[in-house]
Design a protein around this ligand. Structure first.
Ligand code: ADP
Length: 372
C-alpha cells in the first residue's frame, strides 16, 4: 500500500500554529497544531459541530482566528484577506453562475485575473477533459446533472491553480451511488493534478476512501491523525475506534509485556494485544477488536488463547454474517455470563461451525489497547 506519511513543518504547504477560534465564550477550535503535506489529500473528519468547517474557513480567510498563526507555503497569511491567498473553496451547494455556460464558469476566475484568451481556452479544454466533459462546455448549469455540475464547480475552483483546494462537504447533496462514484473521481483528480486537497466530511467511509491522511476531530480538538489504515487498525481512543468502523470494546486487565505487545486477561483467558510502551501491568483497560478480527471456531484453536462462547444472535448481511456471541465466564462480577462480542464472519467460516457453542480468539496483531 502506498501511504503518504504525515507532513512535518518543513515539507508542509499549510501549518496551523496554536490556532484557536472562539465565538463569544464558546470555543469552536482549541489550540490547533496541524501540518498539511504538499500534494496530499487530507480530510478533516468528525461529527457535526466539532470545528471542521471553522478550521477550513480560517484557512480560506473567511474566519479570523482568535489567536495563533496560519502559514501558507512559508508565508504568514493570518491577516491576509481571502482574495489575496492562493486557495480556493468548493461548497456543497456549488453555486455555479446559472446564466454562464460550463466553460465560462470554469474560465471565470481566470478572466478576473486577466489571463490571455488563448491560455484560458486551453486551460478550460484541459479541465473539461480531466472530468470527461469535453462535449458539455456550451451547456448551461441547468442543462447538466447534479454530478456534472459538481465536476464543473470543482474545475472552476481548480482553474486558477490554487496552492490548496478546500472542499466543504462537497458531495453531501448527491445520492449515495453518485457520491461513491464522485469519491473515486475526486481522488483520481487529486492524484492527477498533484494538488493539495483539504476535505471536510462527517462521513467516515468517505474519509477512508479518498484520503492520504485523516484528521479526526472531536469538540474542537484533534483526536488522532493518520493514514486510513493506521486509524482503523490502531485507534488510540474510544472516540476514534467507534467513529471509524465498528468495534468491540472489551474490558480487560493488562498482565504484562508479551513479545512485542502485551498480554491481557479477558473472559478468564490470556490474550495478546498491541499497546503503547508505557502501559502499567495490573490496570484495567479497554481493548478494541474489530468484528472481522474475531475468529469463531467450533474447535478450540491449538496455537493460541481462546474463550468459550455461545452464539446468541445471527444477522445475515449478504457477504458477511454478524454473530453476537456471549463469552462464558470471567465476568468482572463473577456471573456465569461474560461479555457479548460481535463477530463478522464469511460464508466459509460460518459453514464450518457445527453449532452455537464456539471458541473465540484473535490474532494479537488485531487487538489494540486504548489509551482512554
Ligand atoms: P463542523 O464543521 O465540524 O460541523 P463548525 O466548525 O461549523 O463545525 O462549528 C464548530 C462550532 O462552532 C459549533 O459549535 C458551531 O455551533 C460554532 N459556530 C460555528 N460558526 C459559528 C458562528 N458564526 N457563530 C457562533 N458559533 C459558531
Amino acid at each position: 500500500m502506498n501511504v503518504k506519511s504525515p507532513a512535518t513543518a518543513a515539507d508542509s504547504v499549510v501549518s496551523f500554529v496554536n490556532v484557536r477560534k472562539a465565538y463569544g465564550r464558546s470555543v469552536a477550535v482549541h489550540d490547533l497544531n496541524l501540518d498539511i503535506g504538499r500534494g496530499q489529500f487530507v480530510t478533516l473528519l468528525g461529527p457535526s459541530g466539532c470545528g471542521k468547517s471553522t478550521t477550513l474557513r480560517m484557512l480560506g480567510g473567511f474566519e479570523e482566528p482568535t489567536s495563533g498563526r496560519i502559514i501558507l507555503d512559508g508565508r504568514d497569511v493570518t491577516d491576509v484577506p481571502p482574495n489575496r491567498r492562493n486557495v480556493n473553496i468548493v461548497f456543497q451547494d456549488y453555486a455555479l453562475f446559472p446564466h454562464l455556460s460550463a466553460a465560462r464558469n470554469i474560465a471565470f476566475g481566470l478572466e478576473m485575473r486577466a489571463v490571455p484568451r488563448d491560455a484560458i481556452a486551453r486551460r478550460v479544454r484541459d479541465l473539461l477533459a480531466l472530468v470527461h466533459l469535453e462535449e458539455f462546455g456550451d451547456r448551461q448549469p441547468g442543462e447538466l446533472s447534479g454530478g456534472q455540475r459538481q465536476r464543473i464547480a470543482l474545475m472552476r475552483a481548480l482553474a486558477p491553480d490554487p496552492q490548496v483546494l478546500l472542499l466543504d462537504e462537497p458531495l453531501s447533496a448527491l445520492d449515495a451511488k453518485l457520491r461513491h462514484q464522485m469519491q473515486i473521481e475526486l481522488k483520481s483528480i487529486q492524484s492527477q493534478t498533484g494538488k493539495t486537497f483539504l476535505f471536510v466530511t462527517h462521513d467516515q467511509e468517505e474519509a477512508l476512501t479518498m484520503s492520504d491522511q485523516v484528521v479526526v476531530m472531536n469538540s474542537g480538538r484533534i483526536e488522532q491523525m493518520g493514514d486510513p489504515e493506521t486509524l482503523y487498525r490502531r485507534p488510540r481512543s474510544r472516540f476514534v475506534a467507534s467513529f471509524i468502523g465498528e468495534a468491540n470494546f472489551l474490558d480487560a486487565r493488562v498482565l504484562g509485556r508479551e513479545g512485542d505487545g502485551w498480554a491481557v486477561e479477558w473472559a478468564g483467558q490470556r490474550f495478546g494485544a498491541q499497546g503503547d510502551e508505557g502501559l502499567a501491568a495490573g490496570g484495567q483497560r479497554t481493548v478494541v477488536v474489530r468484528p472481522e478480527s474475531i475468529v469463531v471456531q467450533s474447535e478450540r484453536p491449538a496455537q493460541r488463547a481462546a474463550a468459550q462462547g455461545r452464539i446468541v444472535r445471527r444477522i445475515f448481511r449478504g457477504n458477511l454474517t454478524a454473530l453476537t456471541i456471549r463469552a462464558a465466564g470471567g465476568a468482572a462480577d463473577g456471573a456465569a455470563d461474560g461479555a457479548e462480542v460481535t463477530a463478522s464472519v464469511g460464508p466459509a467460516a460460518l459453514d464450518a461451525l457445527s453449532g452455537d457453542d464456539v471458541w473465540l480468539s484473535w490474532n494479537p496483531e488485531n487487538a489494540t489497547i486504548l489509551n482512554d
